[in-house]
Ligand binder design. Structure first.
Ligand SMILES: Cc1cc2nc3c(=O)[nH]c(=O)nc-3n(C[C@H](O)[C@H](O)[C@H](O)COP(=O)(O)OP(=O)(O)OC[C@H]3O[C@@H](n4cnc5c(N)ncnc54)[C@H](O)[C@@H]3O)c2cc1C
Length: 345
């Protein structure tokens, strides 16, 4: 396993961390458990793939493969929003860990005014995440006595995922959070502190959190493995273009939600199919499904469940949503701690 970082911070807890609901140390893992299980972990940032030569490139040299598994996650494409890269300080976001730490500092230091969070066009990771952040920071400032107007700008015409659209609209309205649908942010004007949409609409801010559009890392695209994501057969996770390449999780173009919940199951299922391709049949894994418990406050969360068949076709009859409840917060935290233990030991 080629991994560029010495440790990993669990994605779902990014939102908790912004408002101090989680201790980062509790949701940070190392790869020592994998090493104990016999996995050779090489600390290296991958810079390229040469599918023709079956090689992965790193600054320290290349690694040859029989089977390549791409599980790099995705990257926020900051450069797709004009002036965003140069003005990160005005607009930190929680879709990277470094950004999460910056956003927490900015939220703590916020003295009042208008906070604007913008939702990118799907697919992006954790569809309910932006609305959770809006609800949590609003509650945080309210408790602190900071006068803040919270505005959500959404590239979509309704809150995501679509199954939760009505529940989100109600929750946002109850909390007095302004929701502006079909507002795709394409530019940040730092002098007037304004976000501008592709249709020229404008929204002023004191603190912004523009979540950029998302895509596979550049080296994946440059290797010709897919853009903006890696097309795969959702039944086997095999690349549509390269026989011996598999992709799963956020980097894959698949019907599955870009979430930690499905990424874990996708990884497990891909392992079955890779074993089969290598001549070791381990049977048929259960299809992928998704469960998510989005916060509406520090005390309550919603529920959304989505299921697919083993070919990756949605099974609408198995979809389920649930209203705000404290039990959902408990379910969320025990799932997250459990999955970290299961994946990293
Ligand atoms: C704010 C927020 C809230 C979220 N909330 C939830 C939630 O409530 N429930 C849920 O299920 N999911 C949630 N998610 C989504 C979840 O975190 C991701 O969907 C999930 O982590 C995807 O897993 P992955 O393995 O595909 O990618 P990642 O978790 O991004 O892992 C990719 C790994 O690859 C490594 N890597 C990347 N590039 C290279 C390279 N070039 N060389 C070497 N190593 C590399 C990275 O260091 C990392 O360890 C949330 C995410 C965010 C940002």
């Amino acid at each position: 396993m080629l991994e560029r970082n010495p440790s990993y911070v669990s994605g779902p807890s990014h939102v908790d961390y912004i408002v101090g609901l989680e201790d980062a140390r509790k949701v940070t893992v190392t790869f020592d458990g994998l090493v104990r299980d016999g996995v050779k972990v090489i600390r290296a940032g991958v810079t390229g793939v040469r599918p023709g030569e079956a090689r992965v490139l790193t600054p320290q040299g290349f690694v040859e493969y029989s089977v390549l598994v791409l599980a790099t996650g995705l990257v926020p494409a900051e450069h797709e929003v004009r002036n965003l890269l140069e003005n990160r300080r005005l607009s930190p976001h929680a879709w990277t860990w470094a950004g999460t730490v910056e956003l927490r500092r900015a939220v703590e230091a916020f003295g009042g005014g208008t906070f604007v969070i913008s939702v990118p066009p799907p697919p992006y990771k954790c569809p309910p995440g932006p609305y959770e952040v809006a609800c949590l920071v609003q509650e945080y400032w309210q408790k602190k006595g900071v006068r803040a107007e919270v505005v959500v700008l959404d590239a979509s015409d309704r809150p995501q995922p679509p199954l939760l659209a009505d529940l989100w609209r109600r929750v946002l309205q109850e909390r007095g959070i302004v929701y502006r649908p079909s507002f795709k942010v394409v530019e940040l004007d730092p002098t007037t502190r304004t976000l501008i949409s592709d249709r020229g609409e404008r929204q002023r801010f004191d603190l912004a959190s523009v979540i950029p559009p998302q895509r596979a890392p550049l080296f994946v695209e440059e290797a010709g493995l897919g853009t903006p994501f890696v097309p795969i057969d959702p039944a086997t996770f095999r690349s549509r273009t390269q026989e011996n390449v598999y992709a799963m999780g956020d980097v894959a173009a698949s019907p599955y939600t870009k979430s930690a919940f499905t990424a874990f199951l996708q990884g497990r299922n891909a392992a079955y199919h890779i074993a089969r391709a290598l001549g070791r049949d381990r049977g048929e894994p259960d299809p992928v499904f998704n469960q998510c418990w989005p916060y509406v406050s520090s005390k309550e969360a919603l529920l959304v469940e989505v299921a697919w068949d083993k070919e990756g076709r949605a099974i609408p009859g198995r979809n389920r949503t649930g209203p705000p409840s404290a039990a959902h917060v408990q379910a969320r935290k025990s799932w997250e701690y459990g999955i970290l233990r299961a994946a990293y030991g």
